[in-house]
Design a protein around this ligand. Structure first.
Ligand code: PLP
Ligand code: ZN
Length: 384
C-alpha cells in the first residue's frame, strides 16, 4: 500500500494512519492522507480505464491495504455529460453524481471512510448531516455491519430522513443546524463509543471525494478544464479535487495548469463567499443560515481556510445565488439536458450564467459543473 502517514493541513504534524484518527492532536485542524507518490510514478494512467467502474479502481491512490475488501455499493465512475444546449457559448460538461448509490456524491466519501473505520476497528459510527451524507453513511454502515447514528436538523428534506431510517440508522432530529448536530455528537461520542465521521474530521472521506478529480482528468483526456463550479457546503469535494490535482502532477499524469475553482453557495448561507470577498483567511459562522439546498446549509466549515486558499490560488472565486433562481434552474437544466439535478447542482448553472455575464468566465472556455445529487430527494421544494 502506498499510504504512508497522515499530515496536518495547518501545522504539518505527522500522525500514524494505523489507528482511528480524527483531527490533528496538536492544533485541531483536518488531516490529509499522504502517499509515497515517488513509488507510484510507475503506475500507468491509461491502465485504470479498463478496470471495473467503481472509484476503487484508483485503489493504489486510496487507503486500505490491498488484501482488504472495501465496503462498496458500486460508487463513482459517473458520466461526464456534454451540455451543449444549456452551455451555448461555453464548452459545458456536467459531472453527474446523481447516479451514485444513495443518489449523491456523498457515497464517494463514505465508501472510503466506512471501509477504513471498519478496518481500524470502529463498531459505531456517528455523523451530522444536512442531507445526503447521512443517507450515504447509513447505507455503507449497514453493508459493513456497523451501527450508524445520524444527527440531522429537524427540517432536513423528508427523503433524507426516511432513507437513513430505512437502511437501519438510528436517526436523531435536532432543532438547529448541522453545526448543532455536530456539537451534540462531540458531546456524546466518548461515552457512546462512536467514531465521528463528520466532514474533514476524519481523514478519509476526502480521499473518496478526490476521485472526482481523477475521474474528470481521465474523462477529459488528462487535460483539466478551465473552470470548475462546485456547490460548496463543507467543501470536501473541492478540497479533495485540489489534492487529486496535486497528486496527479506528482505522478506525472498532468502538468501544472489548474482550473479556476469557484465555490457556489446559497444567498441564505454563504460564509465562504463572504470571507472570500472580505479577503479573510477563515470564514466566520453565517448567521440565520437558510436555503432549500440543504447540502449548502453549512454555516461554519472546519476546512474554510483550505477552501479559501484554493479559490485564491486558482484565481477562481465564490458566488452566491438565490433559492428561487436555483429551483427555476432545475427545470431549465432538466428540460435542456435531461438530468433532474439537485438544487445544489442547479445553483452552479445559475452561477455559470452570472459569471458569464460578469466576464469572469469567457466564451468558449471549458467548464465542469458538479451535479452533486438528485432532485428526487427534494420534492417538497417544487410546486405541485
Ligand atoms: C447534494 C449536495 N451537494 C453539495 C453538498 C456540499 O458538499 P461539500 O460538503 O463537499 O461542500 C452536499 C452536502 O451535504 C450535498 O448533499
Ligand atoms: Zn495541526
Amino acid at each position: 500500500m502506498l499510504l504512508s502517514h497522515l499530515e496536518c493541513t495547518a501545522c504539518g504534524k505527522q500522525h500514524q494512519w494505523r489507528g482511528l484518527q480524527n483531527l490533528c492532536t496538536a492544533c485541531g485542524k483536518p488531516l490529509f492522507a499522504i502517499y509515497d507518490l515517488e513509488r507510484a510514478r510507475q503506475l500507468d494512467r491509461s491502465s485504470f480505464r479498463t478496470r471495473e467502474k467503481s472509484l476503487w479502481r484508483w485503489r493504489e491512490l486510496l487507503p486500505l491495504p490491498p488484501d482488504v475488501e472495501p465496503i462498496s455499493l458500486g460508487e463513482g465512475g459517473t458520466p461526464l455529460l456534454r451540455a451543449a444546449k444549456f452551455g451555448r457559448d461555453v464548452e459545458l460538461w456536467i459531472k453527474d453524481e446523481s447516479v451514485n448509490p444513495t443518489q449523491s456524491f456523498k457515497a464517494r466519501g463514505m465508501t472510503v471512510a466506512v471501509s477504513m473505520a471498519k478496518y481500524l476497528g470502529a463498531k459505531k459510527l456517528a455523523v451530522p448531516s444536512a442531507g445526503n451524507a447521512g443517507g450515504a453513511m447509513a447505507a455503507y454502515a449497514a453493508r459493513a455491519g456497523l451501527e450508524a447514528h445520524v444527527f440531522m436538523p429537524s427540517d432536513t428534506p423528508r427523503a433524507n430522513i426516511i432513507e437513513c431510517r430505512e437502511v437501519g440508522a438510528q436517526v436523531t432530529l435536532i432543532d438547529g443546524l448541522i453545526t448543532d448536530c455536530g456539537a451534540e455528537i462531540a458531546k456524546r461520542k466518548q461515552q457512546e463509543g462512536w467514531f465521528d465521521v463528520s466532514t474533514l474530521k476524519e481523514p478519509y472521506r476526502i480521499e473518496g471525494k478526490k476521485t472526482l478529480g481523477y475521474e474528470i482528468a481521465e474523462q477529459l483526456d488528462w487535460k483539466l478544464p478551465d473552470v470548475v463550479l462546485y456547490p460548496t457546503g463543507g467543501g470536501t469535494g473541492l478540497i479533495g479535487m485540489w489534492k487529486a490535482f496535486d497528486e496527479m502532477e506528482k505522478l506525472g499524469w498532468i502538468g501544472e495548469k489548474r482550473p479556476r475553482m469557484f465555490s457556489v453557495q446559497a444567498s441564505g448561507c454563504a460564509p465562504i463567499v463572504r470571507a472570500f470577498e472580505a479577503g479573510e483567511q477563515f470564514a466566520a459562522e453565517f448567521p440565520n443560515a437558510h436555503t432549500a439546498a440543504s447540502g449548502l446549509r453549512v454555516p461554519k466549515a472546519i476546512g474554510d481556510f483550505l477552501m479559501l486558499n484554493i479559490l485564491r490560488q486558482s484565481s477562481g472565486g465564490a458566488i452566491a445565488v438565490e433559492d428561487k433562481e436555483m429551483i427555476e434552474a432545475v427545470r431549465d437544466v432538466g428540460s435542456d439536458e435531461g438530468v433532474f439535478v439537485a438544487p445544489e447542482g442547479a445553483a452552479c448553472f445559475v452561477a455559470l450564467k452570472k459569471l458569464r455575464a460578469s466576464g469572469k468566465i469567457a466564451a468558449g472556455e471549458k467548464v465542469v459543473i458538479f451535479n452533486t445529487g438528485s432532485g428526487i430527494k427534494y420534492l417538497d421544494s417544487f410546486a405541485d
